[in-house]
Ligand binder design. Structure first.
Ligand code: ADP
Ligand code: ZN
Ligand code: MG
Length: 644
């Protein structure tokens, strides 16, 4: 396989689509880093600059070089008719000479009682007058040297503020310690529980909170206290933020919403000030809801591991939050909701009773939930009457609400591209694949030999899946390359929702995953990089069998790995000695080797059928599950008669 195409021959050994979808973009935490230099500083600097100018620079600009001469020197210059202008006051005489090029030179001399001076001056032809006070009035001077520059700086400052405010999206840098908590009132979120499909348990728990906010007296008269805070916990895209908005819509009370990242400020102490202010506002507006989204940004464990004081701000903010939560009276009717997909990283203090003591799990939707979510989002889209949401629901196990919403939208986009008025079933099917595997890469040129290898590889997966007992039926096989880098894939769809995986299921999955590579070996006696994705998945399944599911021969029911975050699908960390780790590796290798061997066996026993299917796939590029089953049946039927 060409190296640039060598990414993956994607195989779906069950319907775990969510795995390959790019998770980078979603739920990314925004940390505002816009410059928040307060303008106060600007004004102080401007004032100092102005003072310096007034004290040092302006006087220097105003003074001119004046040469002092003696009175007799002055008289001689008068007689020699060198003077241009003369003026005098009580104490001194100031006069100028004018050079050829017009430059004036200033002189002064002391005044001398001299009655003849006027006559001599007159005779010299110089212009002379008594001193006219050129000095501006004190008021004017004050205006020009203080008020005007100040006004100038003020205007610039105002412009700067406006510019910075625009860049920071409306928050004013000068509003020290003021919270930017947005107030959502029912009409503004516009969401209700109707908009949230599935998630019945979560809705049930939240409905109680809504009810409490509606009629707190009923709870008070019995003496029931509602939890101060509830924490929505679940994987990304399952509708946590949506649920919180729906609560606000249902409760018809003010709704303060802040993302955790908004507390993380540039200046130490600002985050804490924001928390304080938020709670002050909230108690004033009670009953109301305070919603802190992505609370893990501030609520991380205070372990002091990241020394260097870099976490001061976050810790202060968290401490303030804890204090405020303890400080207010729950009967007042302030309910705090928070959402996170990293409950494991939250500080224990946040989770203790009296704070976020109620946890509301928001899980990935099951089949019924998926169908419901698809229908909710399909409401706003024109659809053909015969849409079968159940099929789509089956094909999307493991998908989150956000992904399902995306599938509907992609289907609508495709319908427009195809020039249709309404979304058809085919649009939905294609968009399921699109969300799973990326766009079809129309222009990709793959040479004949590679294409043949890919076809055999995919048929290998499909054929082994068909020949193994209890494996999910093949739904679709394609060798049309996708933008995600997949060169083809085989999709299996489980007939019913499964929650448990038996050891045999796991081994079956491994056999199917290794079958792509096995087909390459059986047919071409060579191997390619195309199996990299299969290898990755197989390894993770085999590893989990040994370290987490207790399905190994050596270790029995010993947990060798700790799952750190079940919601973000991260791998666990090993909790065993290095010798044990080495044995785990060996056993993982054994499990995969056995599955691989079995796949090769199955394919060798079905060589003729494999050729037939591969040729068909090469010609058609995509074959559906029904076509695949038909060819299989026809072949089996024909062979049965031969044997008989
Ligand atoms: P989270 O905050 O859990 O990461 P969001 O609440 O932001 O997820 O959900 C993202 C989008 O996914 C929502 O705006 C909505 O369109 C869709 N969605 C998620 N879950 C559901 C659901 N249960 N019902 C309807 N739509 C959903
Ligand atoms: Zn494969
Ligand atoms: Mg969210």
């Amino acid at each position: 396989m060409h190296t640039q195409n060598a990414e993956s021959l994607l195989t779906r050994s069950n319907t775990n689509y969510a795995m390959d979808i790019n998770k980078k973009g979603r739920d990314s935490v925004k940390v505002s880093q816009s410059p928040r230099k307060p303008l106060i500083y600007y004004y102080i600097i401007a004032m100092i600059a102005l003072m310096l100018l007034n004290a040092l620079v302006f006087p220097m600009l105003n003074t001119v070089q004046v040469n002092e001469v003696s009175y007799d020197e002055f008289l001689r210059m008068v007689d020699q008719k060198q003077l241009h202008e003369v003026s005098m006051d009580d104490a001194q005489i100031v006069f100028t000479t004018k050079a050829q090029d017009g430059t004036l030179t200033y002189y002064k001399t002391g005044r001398w009682p001299d009655d003849t001076l006027v006559d001599r001056l007159y005779a010299s032809g110089a212009a002379f007058a008594a001193q006219i006070p050129t000095q501006a009035s004190p008021l004017m001077e004050f205006l020009t040297s203080w008020v005007l520059p100040l006004a100038f700086f003020l205007v610039i400052g105002q412009l700067l503020t406006r510019y910075m405010t625009k860049r920071m999206g409306g928050s004013n840098a000068l509003s020290f310690g003021k919270s930017n908590a947005k107030i959502y009132i029912e009409s503004q979120t516009g969401k209700t529980f109707e908009d949230v499909a599935g998630e019945d348990e979560a809705k049930e728990a939240l409905r109680e909170i809504v009810d409490f906010l509606h009629q707190p007296e009923r709870y008070k008269s019995i003496g029931a206290k509602l939890p101060k805070g509830a924490l929505l916990v679940g994987p990304p895209g399952t509708g946590k933020t949506l649920l919180a908005k729906a609560v606000a819509g249902e409760a018809k009370v003010p709704f303060f919403s802040l993302a955790g990242s908004e507390f993380v400020e540039m200046f130490v102490g600002m985050g804490a000030a924001k928390v304080r202010d938020l709670f002050k506002q909230a108690t004033e507006k009670a009953p109301c809801i305070v919603f802190i989204d992505e609370i893990d940004t501030i609520g991380k464990k205070r372990d002091g591991a990241n020394g260097l004081g870099g976490n001061d701000e976050r810790e202060q903010t968290l401490n303030q939050l804890l204090t405020e939560m303890d400080g207010f009276d729950a009967t007042k009717g302030v309910v705090i909701l928070a959402a996170t997909n990293r409950p494991d990283s939250l500080d224990k203090a946040l989770l203790r009773p009296g704070r976020f003591d109620r946890r509301i799990p928001v899980e990935l939707p099951d089949l019924a939930g998926r169908i419901a979510i698809l229908k909710v989002h399909a409401k706003d889209v024109k659809m053909e009457a015969d849409i079968d949401f159940a099929t789509i629901g089956h094909a999307t196990s493991g998908a989150s609400g956000a992904e399902l919403a995306n599938i509907i939208n992609e289907a609508a986009l495709r319908a427009v591209r195809m020039g249709r008025e309404k979304v058809a079933q085919s649009d939905l099917e294609e968009s399921v694949e699109l969300v799973i595997a990326g766009y079809q890469r129309k222009g990709a040129v793959i040479n004949e030999r590679d294409k043949k290898i890919i076809a055999y590889h995919e048929i290998g997966h499909a054929l082994v899946a068909a020949r193994i007992k209890d494996a999910a039926p093949v739904h679709k096989i394609t060798i049309i390359p996708r933008t995600s880098g997949a060169l083809g894939y085989t999709m299996q769809v489980e007939e019913e929702e499964r929650v448990l995986m038996s050891k045999q299921d796991a081994i079956n999955q491994l056999t199917i995953l290794t079958a792509g590579r096995a087909a390459e070996e059986v047919v071409f006696s060579s191997i390619t990089s195309g199996a990299s994705n299969d290898i990755e998945k197989a390894t993770s399944i085999a590893r989990a069998m040994v370290t987490r599911y207790g399905m190994s021969e050596h270790f029995d029911m010993v947990a060798l790995e700790q799952v750190i975050n079940p919601y973000l699908g991260s791998d666990g960390s090993m909790v065993c000695s290095s010798e044990t780790a080495a044995r785990v590796d060996a056993e993982v290798g054994d499990i995969i080797r056995r599955a691989h061997k079995q796949a090769i066996e199955v394919l060798q026993n079905n060589r003729a059928l494999m050729d037939k299917l591969a040729m068909h796939l090469l010609e058609k590029e995509t074959i559906t599950g029904e076509e695949f089953q038909a060819i299989l049946k026809e072949y089996d039927g024909a062979n049965a008669t031969v044997i008989a």
